[in-house]
Design a protein around this ligand. Structure first.
Ligand code: HAM
Length: 413
């Protein structure tokens, strides 16, 4: 076969044998997030490019290097690389600031980043996330982190680590940035090209650099002293301490990590990530934080906000695989007309049913039934004559014969 077209690099099909897992994590998200009062929102996958350059920040890798952007009718359009900016746009555009606070939204869907594909990193990936608007108190930060942890626990993931940091407010962060720049000035020429740009445009992102030569500089005692020092102003310190108190009370374990700065520009105060040791180098399952200026920055009323997103592919890679049989019953019969009629009767009663459309040998049909269904529903000569059905439980092999009218109530589904 010549010229077979293939899926794009960094993208993947989600195949029928994987779909149960996706349904499972999506259903759980709805269940757990609803408990905390969140309602689902669905925003478009395409947005105007400016939303991300203004929202996510034009010094970030996401905006600088990773966006899928194209022109259409003289507008620059981008496939969303994340969904906080889109949800904020929708919050403003639909006048949600008039709703009683907090406004609590959750979402799921595909995101697009032109990154170098590797394990845990795709160019089209999926996120499930939540955003909460209108609350500046640290109770909101605690509730958001608790919601993330409880969702992951509800999926059976318990050995995850929450990393926590506070990036302060623009005021105290400015002082920190200046101190950092001052101490790094003598090493400026030794920093990697990206860090030299970060030094000028967004010094906080310096801490996130993975280049070894930069790491060496950032671990020098005089630089370390600035990084590990306490730069938070009184209000930010109080907010952070109160948050930790709530987390302690809720028995949410966390590690403080001063190097946690996140790759998006909109954050202030609380940032967090949830990590797993079983994920290799891309070990963050979830990332989030507070973004109190973003709504105003995108043209809305000043509104504090906080949220997180979880990478669904990374989540699935941590869970034991799950594939359930879609069919309740498979009708095994060499009387196609009776099989057809009975199948429709059962489908009308809400069951998932198939039967053999090609009149294969009885044993072949039984083999097929055991692969795809929970029960084989056998209509042999005897059953046809007495208007009965033999129900074979394909898990334990037990078989009973009943009147066809009683079939549904005899199934344990
Ligand atoms: P983020 O840290 O960029 O945050 O992404 C959140 C999660 O999405 C990551 O922890 C990871 O699990 C997953 N993820 C990110 N990039 C990829 C990729 N290329 N391939 C596979 N999975 C990936 C945000 O997107 C923010 N919008 C989160 C947020 C919501 N902050 C406040 N509200």
């Amino acid at each position: 076969m010549a010229n077979i077209l293939k899926v794009l690099k960094g993208t993947k099909d989600i195949l029928p044998q994987e779909i149960d897992m996706w349904h499972f994590i999506e259903k759980k998200a709805d269940e757990v997030f609803s408990k905390y009062g969140f309602k689902e929102i669905r925003t478009p996958i395409i947005e105007v490019t400016e939303l991300f350059s203004r929202g996510v920040g034009d010094t970030t890798d996401i905006v600088n290097k990773e966006m899928y952007t194209f022109e259409k009718s003289e507008r620059s359009i981008t496939l969303r690389p994340e969904n906080t900016a889109g949800v904020v746009r929708s919050f403003i555009e639909n006048g949600m600031s008039r709703l009683s606070t907090p406004v609590k939204l959750w979402y799921k869907g595909p995101m697009f980043r032109y990154e170098r594909p590797q394990a845990g990193r795709q160019r089209q990936f999926h996120q499930v996330g939540i955003e909460m608007f209108g609350i500046k108190q640290p109770t909101a930060d605690a509730e958001i982190i608790l919601t993330a942890v409880n969702y992951l626990n509800a999926l059976g993931l318990n050995d995850l680590e929450v990393e926590l940091n506070s990036l302060g407010c623009p005021k105290c962060r400015e002082e920190f940035k200046n101190k950092l720049k001052e101490v790094l000035k003598p090493y400026l020429n030794d920093l990697c090209e990206d860090c030299q740009t970060r030094y000028e445009k967004n010094p906080l992102r310096l801490l996130d650099c993975k280049v070894e030569s930069c790491q060496k500089i950032y671990s020098k005692p005089e630089v370390r002293e600035i990084i590990m020092g306490d730069f938070l102003c009184d209000e930010c310190r109080e907010h952070y301490d109160e948050l930790k108190l709530y987390l302690d009370k809720m028995s949410v374990k966390y590690n403080e990590n001063k190097l946690l700065v996140r790759g998006l520009d909109y954050y202030n105060r609380t940032v967090f990530e949830i990590k797993s040791n079983n994920l290799g180098s891309q070990n963050a399952v979830a990332g989030g934080g507070r973004y109190d200026s973003l709504v105003e920055q995108l043209g809305g009323e000043p509104t504090p906000a906080i949220g997180f997103a979880i990478g669904m592919e990374r989540l699935i890679s941590l869970l034991p695989s799950k594939e359930s049989k879609i069919l309740d019953g498979y009708i095994v019969s060499n009387f196609p007309v009776d099989a057809f009629v009975f199948a429709e009767e059962l489908r009308n009663q809400g069951l998932n049913i198939e039967f053999d459309l090609t009149n294969k040998k009885f044993t072949k049909q039984l083999e097929k039934a055991s692969k795809v269904a929970k029960y084989a529903l056998i209509l042999g000569e005897d059953e046809i004559f007495k208007h009965q059905v033999s129900i074979k439980n394909l898990e334990n092999g037990k078989q009973i014969t009943v009147d066809r009218a009683d079939c549904v109530k005899m199934l344990d589904l």
